[in-house]
Write a protein that binds this ligand. Structure first.
Ligand code: HSE
Length: 441
């Protein structure tokens, strides 16, 4: 079935992704029409800088300063929200849903925190909320998780889902520089924002991991339960030692279903990954997500996680989906969180102390007889098994050295208790560096 008139789209916020979306839709309109069965056109844009917006979209598109003018326009069927944040973006998304419009958004922060409420409102109103662009930009990971892998029990997901931090970590490794130096360089080159907090503190990655976790396990979105650590404390020394032991350090968003306790792990933190894994070799600002399903095994999705057209690729894909499906019975569409709205589970998100992982430890110790044995005794008595030990040869006359220990899997709480015992030893001379390690096999 083809319609002569295009479906009309209103765009809220025409920044980098908004203008990319307008460009892709315009450039590929013939292909998109053939795929969607109907043209898709942005006919109205709301942006505070109306002059700039009008210059970007040309005279054929109505430009307004107030987003509500878009929502109140009965000709608009789909609203794209690219404002970001929880404030006016949330008000406008809820108002668009209430007005019976479908919504496409790239706003991971909004969905990770208020997603359950937004999806419930959308389901009640019979409209769709597309959010492919919210996780890993151009990588169609939502589509993969929600549809392509729908036969599977998802067991775990681990992703490099923040380009800024992956760029910084790649530079730290390549150049042997510490975090602060590389951050400044990344800001100068435009790879990091002037206020990089959300990226470097792991919050952006945690928003995305939260959304993937909900879709993978059929639970409500629960950002407040995520354990979040960024990369600001990471030192070049540890990247170097990890390398010597055959590992790379990546900021991973991890979510796992733990069958032993029927709980979900949801965490973002720097992680040692075996250098031989494909994901360990994802460099610069690129993103990659590994998904392990019980039937399919391990799968990997790689691509650009940000940028105008990569993100627009995901936004437009949602527009096509909505154009194809908006006349379908709402009960027969793909559910927002992959599982039918009435069958979401209340599986517990595990506190970090109950997480199972292995560890990299770096201890600055006095180079004296018996130091190693005291440390290994504490680990043994804590039932933590050692996988590898590396001791730096001390220089002539040097009275201290670095002791690097890799452990096997353990419960985090047990490791925390062992760490405080080790820290209390007079021969341990500095705070013990501990970084989690995942084999991802
Ligand atoms: N700031 C993000 C990143 C992109 O660096 O990957 C948008 O989520």
């Amino acid at each position: 079935m083809t319609f002569m008139n295009p479906i009309q789209v209103g765009l809220l916020g025409i920044g980098t992704v908004g203008s990319g979306t307008f460009k892709v839709l315009t450039r590929n309109q013939a292909e998109i029409r053939r795929r969607a069965g109907r043209g898709i056109a942005i006919t109205m844009v709301a942006d505070l800088d109306t002059a700039r917006a009008q210059a970007l979209v040309g005279p054929g598109v109505t430009v307004v300063a107030d987003g509500f003018d878009v929502i109140n326009n009965p000709d608009i069927d789909i609203v794209i929200e690219l404002i970001g944040g929880y404030g006016i973006a949330k008000t406008l998304v809820m108002a668009a849903i209430a007005a019976g419009k479908h919504v496409v958004t790239a706003n991971k922060a909004l969905l990770a925190v208020h997603g359950t409420e937004i999806f419930a409102a959308a389901s009640a109103k019979g409209v769709m909320v597309g959010f492919e662009a919210a996780v890993a930009g151009g990588i169609p990971i939502i589509k993969a998780l929600r549809e392509g892998l729908t036969a599977n029990r998802i067991e775990w997901i681990a992703g490099i889902i923040n380009g800024t931090t992956n760029f910084i970590l790649s530079e730290m490794r390549d150049k042997g520089l510490d975090f602060g130096v590389v951050l400044k360089e990344a800001q100068r080159l435009g790879y990091a924002e002037t206020d990089p907090t959300f990226d470097i503190e792991g919050i952006d990655a945690a928003h995305k991991a939260t959304i993937m976790s909900a879709i993978a396990f059929g639970t409500p979105v629960q950002f407040d339960k995520a354990h979040v650590e960024g990369i600001t404390q990471l030192q070049a020394t540890d990247i170097r030692y990890a390398e010597q032991l055959g590992y790379r350090i990546k900021l991973l968003g991890i979510t796992k279903h733990r069958a032993d306790v029927d709980g979900i792990e949801l965490r973002v933190h720097p992680t040692l990954v075996p250098a031989k894994r494909l994901i360990a070799n994802v460099e610069g600002a690129m993103n990659a997500v590994v998904v392990h399903g019980d039937a399919v095994g391990t799968t990997l999705y790689y691509g650009k996680g940000a940028g105008a057209e990569p993100t627009a690729s995901a936004v437009v894909a949602d527009l096509v989906d909505i154009t194809r499906l908006h006349t379908a019975d709402p009960d027969h569409r793909v559910p927002h969180l992959a599982f039918q709205a009435g069958s979401l589970a209340d599986t517990r998100v595990l506190p970090i102390n109950e997480v199972i992982t292995s560890f990299y430890l770096r201890l600055q110790v006095a180079d004296q007889t018996g130091v190693l044995s005291k440390i290994t005794t504490i680990l043994a008595e804590s039932d933590i098994s050692i996988d590898a030990v590396l001791q730096r040869e001390s220089a002539e006359g040097e009275k201290q050295t670095d002791l690097i220990i890799l452990t096997h899997d353990t419960v985090e709480g047990r490791m925390r208790a062992a760490l405080s015992q080790m820290q209390a030893l007079p021969t341990v001379l500095a705070p013990i560096v501990n970084i989690r390690k995942e084999e991802l096999n």
